[in-house]
Design a protein around this ligand. Structure first.
Ligand SMILES: [Zn+2]
Length: 308
């Protein structure tokens, strides 16, 4: 979640809004103002599409859906999250807490972050989903058609929408130009083992590989300006993750917990943003574990890693 979020209006039949911003009066004002620039009102919307489960993209969904009567469409895996957002957020926080303690983050930091997360939950929102989209299915308009593609990694529900006619990819936070999308560890939505630690970066890299092969001409991202050159950008991201994995491996002559690695890389940010940086470290550790370049050890309930 980074600063301003993009919502896209598709002026077609049905009139469609993709993402709706966080649940705040300011965001609602801005959405109304932006729609009025196109001579539209919230009440005119006929369809709302949500790209993924993060609060900054879906928070206003219930207000906008109720005022407009628009149908709400999401990937099938995302629907239960949106329909019961606070329960989902609570379970995600439980997973985060378990992981933070297991990977060496001190108890008091974990307690503080839990409180921050509870307070932030008001930016989210819940609503009934009217139509569940299948991965590989289509989102049809009178004059165009988007392929619906599941691209998990940044979050487990990331969905992109591709119009093969003109090469437009509505990408949510799957691919951003100026910052790399953090693959945040989050509860699996597909019924896979909740006790196995989700491997968000490994999943994300697999998703980026599939996007790289697509004939995309213009990316409409969830944050920042539209851009082209998606394949080059994805290659840069791969190189960046590789550099970061090598740097982490270089630290591990002696065993370190993931939290110690995060502190070595980012100092106090590893405390204020403990879960974000933990997700980042564990993602790269997963790449190294897969290649047998590091091994995992456990002592006193805390996991540590060591270079082989
Ligand atoms: Zn996001």
């Amino acid at each position: 979640m980074v600063g301003r979020v993009n919502c896209y209006l598709i002026e077609d039949d049905p009139l469609t809004l993709i993402d709706c911003g966080p649940n705040s009066g300011k965001a609602l004002d801005e959405l109304e103002r932006a729609l009025s620039e196109h001579d539209r009102r919230i009440e005119d919307l006929e369809r709302i599409v949500i790209t993924h489960q993060h609060m900054d993209h879906l928070g206003l969904v219930d207000i906008v859906a109720r005022r407009s009567g628009a149908e709400v469409c999401t990937l099938d895996l995302l629907a239960p999250v949106i329909e019961n957002f606070s329960r989902h957020a609570e379970r995600d926080d439980q997973l985060a807490e378990t992981l933070m303690l297991r990977h060496g983050i001190p108890d008091d930091v974990v307690v503080a972050l839990r409180a921050v997360s509870r307070m932030a939950r008001g930016w989210g929102g819940a609503t009934a989903v009217s139509r569940r989209l299948a991965d590989g299915g289509r989102l049809e308009f009178a004059t165009r058609s988007f392929e619906v593609l599941h691209r998990p990694g940044h979050s487990p529900s990331d969905t992109v929408f591709f119009d093969a006619q003109d090469g437009t990819l509505v990408a949510g936070d799957h691919l951003l130009r100026h910052i790399s999308s953090n693959p945040l560890i989050s509860r699996p939505l597909d019924g896979s083992d909740e006790h196995a630690r989700p491997r968000a970066l490994v999943t994300y890299i697999g998703s980026l590989r599939r996007t790289r092969e697509m004939p995309v001409r213009l990316v409409l991202p969830g944050h920042g300006e539209p851009f082209s050159g998606h394949a080059e950008l994805i290659d840069e991201r791969f190189a960046m993750h590789e550099r970061r994995a090598r740097k982490i491996r270089g630290l591990l002559a002696e065993p370190m917990s993931a939290h110690q690695i995060a502190q070595a890389l980012w100092g106090t940010v590893a405390v204020t943003q403990a879960f974000l940086t933990l997700s980042e470290v564990l993602g790269h550790v997963d790449l190294l574990l897969d290649r047998g370049e590091v091994v995992e050890e456990q002592a006193g309930g805390v996991v540590s890693y060591r270079a082989t």
